[in-house]
Design a protein around this ligand. Sequence first.
Ligand SMILES: Nc1ncnc2c1ncn2[C@@H]1O[C@H](COP(=O)(O)OP(=O)(O)OP(=O)(O)O)[C@@H](O)[C@H]1O
Length: 254
Amino acid sequence: MGNNLNKILVEDLDFYYDDFQALENVDLKAPANQVTALIGPSGCGKSTFLRTLNRMNDLIEGTKVEGKVLIDGENIYQENLDVVNLRKKIGMVFQDPNPFPKSIYDNVAYGPRAHGVKSPEELDRVVEKSLKRAALWDEVHDRLDKSAIGISGGQQQRLCIARALAVNPDVILMDEPTSALDPVATAKIEELVEELKENYTIVIVTHSMQQAARISDYTAFFLTGEIVEAGPTEKIFERPEDQRTEDYITGRFG
Ligand SMILES: Nc1ncnc2c1ncn2[C@@H]1O[C@H](COP(=O)(O)OP(=O)(O)OP(=O)(O)O)[C@@H](O)[C@H]1O
């Protein structure tokens, strides 16, 4: 079990919103402790695909999935799977920072409390550890009881990452986590993603090809619901095999 172990293995995935097929025949491997970037033009299915990885699409009525998503070798679409447990293992961070209108502390403690952690010492420990891992502790440790709404957008996004880390996931899904942030806050999140991969497997949707090139190890290029090409980031950007990939990364469309 080395670094190349496929944490996530997607096989022949199709996805429908009612009659509309948003994903077709998608195959993807996301290796453990690596960053996998999903790129492609608007509307090509990146977010839909990301949400199939922790069954967030289940919450949207009229959707249907066919195919397999194996996480640690187990198909998450098998019957009787415990979805609450799945989402604990597969955390998610969204485009717009969305902290709860609660204190910084309570945002991070929310998940552990929901999963039954009651001891104040244990909660303190988890909150501190999660905020440290999200590179936010130094900036907020003296105001944990203040509202999360009062911190900057970049800090709010790191708080959302801390909130995701607090339930001890092993995969983190990020849907354009920096698109609402300024360049300085974006750089901090990118730095953080690089640190986090030591302990987590990360799948990130990004509109920015520069960002994908900077922070990811693997890249998958989506076009109209299909993966055109996937592989090591360097190869996708420097020696793409498909003309459509080359056209996209050189800015000819999208
Ligand atoms: N809840 C929904 N109901 C119906 N169709 C949807 C829904 N969400 C997305 N779609 C459609 O599915 C397709 C893929 O959308 P998706 O948001 O996954 O693409 P995307 O690549 O993430 O786009 P963007 O980069 O603009 O976020 C689009 O045609 C979109 O209109």
